[in-house]
Design a protein around this ligand. Structure first.
Ligand code: OX2
Length: 791
């Protein structure tokens, strides 16, 4: 390992050990580790070809992979080797790990789920490709100026990405615009614009280096670097213009996770990566098959939300226009390959494209969508329409072109059946199924929490890493005093380490014995960070009123970004920071209450915060959070949840036991019912003196003394259109928090509850989720297992 690293340093980085920077060392280590994956990767490809396996193609606009170095090293079981080699070379392993930029090619849960799924597909040995976009700039970097969010472009590709292989030979033309010709029964699309999609491959190696798949990200390039005519005419700027235009397609990730912006560039991004992926998988299929009617036996395409829903019409177009298959046959054939995952019920997140816009950019696809629509209406008269009020509705398109549609938690799937797709569900009653989300235990316990990982492994071996339900054996350790002491100590160590980091980065001193109460996720009204903050102010009031009470010391930690155009979310960020400023400087609550909001929350920060948390805030308005996956990460790492009956919280509570979960709030049915009552928010505020007082303080400028009107908008919203029922759930939430306070006072009992959480979370491994998709949707199998069976 030492020699390999030094070789890489010398021959790939052109540096000698005496002059190498941390970056040079990191690249040398990464390239060395990458070398060791290549055999497994090649062999897996060969095996999949030899077995003529069905392949899974996971199409996702986002892959929120974060840093990869630790995943790669641990999946290859090289931790000790690399650490030892670096120590011998006089280098610091941790410094090198922390030098890797966090690849933020996603907004939040949807993109992180895709990354966890890639890890599980490889661990399970299922042949798969992840297909997405190689954004030059991932999610913006966040900082705070006087408490307000400031966005700056993210630049992960300023340095070479250590893990990818550029594939200049894997390149496909992607066309836009123009018109369509129908001649003698033959259809020709004459596009007006063309760019190239170039592949960049990152190997994804599963646990213990048994199997490797590929994450293939597409980058947009101009068809020719220069328009030679313009160049020769001396118009050098014009000569580069089409180049710049082409590259904008993969330039930047759209930073809104739920608001549909309806932007032309976004539609182009969606078609760009979808069309490239379809061409790539067709090429692969046609290498050793000639009958396109067998396509569904070899190809499973999973659409991660509606972003790649144009895959339906695109696959039909390729089958009909390029391979001469009848339209009537092509539509069911495409459907047999396609499946669609719904991740949200929020109306503003359901994608719609103006018919006019879609027809201008993808004229042939609009024709095909009309044919799909007619076919659906003929076969199922009265079916909900794809084309309505001048819009193309991508949810309906995805549903109609998929053989399976899945929700991401039990509750969410039932709501999908009852609400957004109620009419389509009546027509296709077996199409909607549930696949509750999961998280990869490799990143979200093994790598991010070495203390707990070692404790578990010492107790029961490392079988749990690829078979997480083995953790149930930990339940027996509840009465093992030495184990429980070590369990508590590992949490305490994580909290001390986090306190150090927060001291350094935010300049705020924390007491590691206080309860660390954490809410980290995108800032959105439905996730109700505002309710958490109002409860914090109410607690502060109570602490000041009753200074002699035996208060449980609390640290409230917030993390998350707001979409740049989401003004209410940005006001909430500012309010959190303003409140923090006042409370953190109040001598009356010193040592009892602190608020910290480290800027630029990302995957790497989550890996730091989650293992150091005691209380996990999962407090969305019931019926709004499709699943949540952060909730799973916390519980697995021994935090207790305070939460509503929303998304996967419901199933988490069933698994960990209601006695180990702080439940509060209205149910989804009660939420819908309450909204029917006129003036429900005012009524709730009037019934709660505690809430009234807090809102009064905010409204009169207690937290913005030089700009007392700053939060009139926020408070006014709560009085007049509190759509997410912050006011109605406030008292119940406050009570649940006090139950948590009391429970925390008994450290042994708290630890026992925390252990029950860790021990009960095995079912939430994304390995279980992927097995469900493979069985119920894809009918895909690991070729290795098939060979083992026949041997
Ligand atoms: C998210 C959902 O909001 C979240 O509840 C879920 O856990 C995650 O997807 C993964 O399924 N954008 N992000 C989501 O949905 C959309 C759209």
């Amino acid at each position: 390992m030492k020699d390999d690293i030094l070789n890489r340093l010398q021959f790939s980085l052109g540096k000698d050990a005496d002059h190498a920077s941390v970056y040079d060392w990191r690249m040398a280590v990464s390239l060395t580790v990458r070398d060791q994956m290549v055999d497994t990767w090649f062999n897996s490809t060969k095996e999949a070809y030899a077995a003529s396996s069905k392949r899974v193609y996971y199409l996702s606009m986002e892959f929120l992979i974060g840093r990869l170095i630790e995943d790669m090293i641990s999946n290859l079981q090289l931790e000790d080797t690399v650490r030892g080699a670096l120590t011998d070379l006089g280098q610091d392993f941790d410094e090198i790990v922390h030098d890797e930029p966090d690849a933020a090619l996603g907004n939040g849960g949807l993109g992180r789920l895709a990354a966890c799924f890639m890890d599980s597909l490889a661990t399970l040995g299922i042949p798969a490709f992840g297909y997405g976009i190689r954004y030059e700039h991932g999610l913006f970097e966040q900082s705070f100026a006087q408490g307000q969010q400031v966005e700056r472009p993210e630049t992960w590709l300023n340095q070479r990405h250590a893990w990818e292989f550029e594939r200049p030979e894997v390149q496909f033309p992607i066309c836009f615009g123009g018109h369509v010709d129908h001649h003698d029964g033959k259809t020709t699309w004459h596009p007006s614009e063309k760019v190239l999609a170039t592949a960049y491959d990152t190997p994804v190696i599963g646990w213990k280096n048994e199997w490797g798949n590929t994450l293939r990200l597409w980058s947009a390039e101009p068809v020719s670097q220069f328009d030679l005519d313009s160049f020769n005419r001396g118009d050098y700027l014009a000569a580069g213009r089409s180049e710049a235009l082409a590259r904008t397609i993969s330039r930047v990730l759209y930073p809104d996770d739920t608001t549909d912006s309806g932007k032309e560039l976004r539609l182009k991004q969606e078609y760009f990566f979808t069309a490239a992926s379809i061409q790539d998988l067709m090429r692969r299929y046609l290498q050793d098959h000639d009958d396109l009617r067998q396509l569904p036996e070899h190809v499973a395409i999973q659409l991660n939300d509606t972003h790649p829903a144009i895959a339906g019409p695109e696959l039909v177009r390729v089958l009909v226009d390029e391979h001469g298959i009848d339209m009537a046959e092509a539509i069911p054939l495409a459907r047999a390959c396609l499946a669609y995952t719904n991740h949200t019920l929020l109306p503003e997140a359901l994608e719609k494209w103006g018919e006019w816009l879609l027809g201008r950019i993808l004229p042939r696809h609009l024709e095909i969508i009309r044919i799909i629509e007619e076919t659906q209406q003929r076969e199922h008269p009265g079916s909900p329409r794809i084309l309505e009020h001048g819009d193309v509705r991508m949810g309906e398109l995805a549903f109609i072109m998929a053989h399976k549609v899945n929700g991401v938690s039990a509750l969410h799937t039932e709501l999908v059946k009852e609400t957004v797709f109620a009419d389509l569900h009546r027509i296709h009653p077996t199409r909607i199924i549930n696949q509750t989300n999961g998280i990869t235990p490799r990143r979200w316990l093994y790598n991010c929490n070495p203390g707990l990982r070692d404790l578990i492994t010492d107790a029961m071996g490392d079988g749990w890493v690829a078979d997480l339900e083995q953790l149930t054996a930990l339940k027996a350790k509840r009465d093992d005093a030495a184990f429980m002491q070590a369990f508590q100590a590992s949490k305490r160590d994580n909290k001390a380490a986090l306190s150090n980091w927060i001291g350094q980065t935010c300049g705020i001193a924390l007491d590691p014995d206080a309860m660390f109460d954490v809410q980290i996720k995108r800032i959105h009204e439905y996730k109700r960070q505002l309710m958490n903050l109002l409860e914090t102010v109410a607690l502060w009031n109570d602490m000041r009123d009753n200074p002699d009470h035996d208060w449980t010391p609390r640290v409230k930690i917030f993390g998350g970004k707001a979409a740049p155009g989401y003004y209410m979310a940005k006001d909430i960020i500012r309010l959190i920071n303003d409140v923090a400023e006042v409370i953190n400087n109040d001598p009356a609550t010193k040592g009892r209450l602190k608020i910290v909001y480290p800027p630029n929350y990302n995957v790497t920060m989550a890996e730091r915060l989650i293992p150091a948390s005691d209380l996990s805030e999962q407090i969305s308005t019931a019926g709004k959070e499709a699943s949540g996956t952060g909730n799973m990460k916390f519980a697995l790492n021994g935090a207790l949840t305070i939460g509503t009956l929303d998304g996967a919280n419901v199933e988490i509570r069933e698994h960990v036991g209601s006695e180990n979960f702080f439940l509060f709030g209205l149910t989804a049915a009660e939420v819908m019912e309450r909204r029917q009552h006129h003036g429900y928010a005012r009524a709730a505020i009037e019934a709660s003196p505690r809430l009234q007082r807090v809102l009064g303080q905010i409204a009169e400028g207690r937290f913005a003394p030089h700009d007392t009107g700053r939060y009139h908008g926020v408070v006014g919203m709560l009085y007049d259109h509190d759509y997410f029922l912050v006011t109605c759930d406030f008292d119940s939430y406050f009570d649940a928090q006090r139950r948590a306070d009391n429970a925390y006072q008994n450290a042994d009992n708290w630890a026992a509850m925390a252990l029950m959480n860790t021990a009960s979370m095995g079912w939430f491994s994304s390995d279980r989720t992927i097995k469900g998709y493979a069985r119920d949707i894809w009918n895909a199998h690991p070729p290795r297992a098939a060979m083992d069976r026949s041997a």
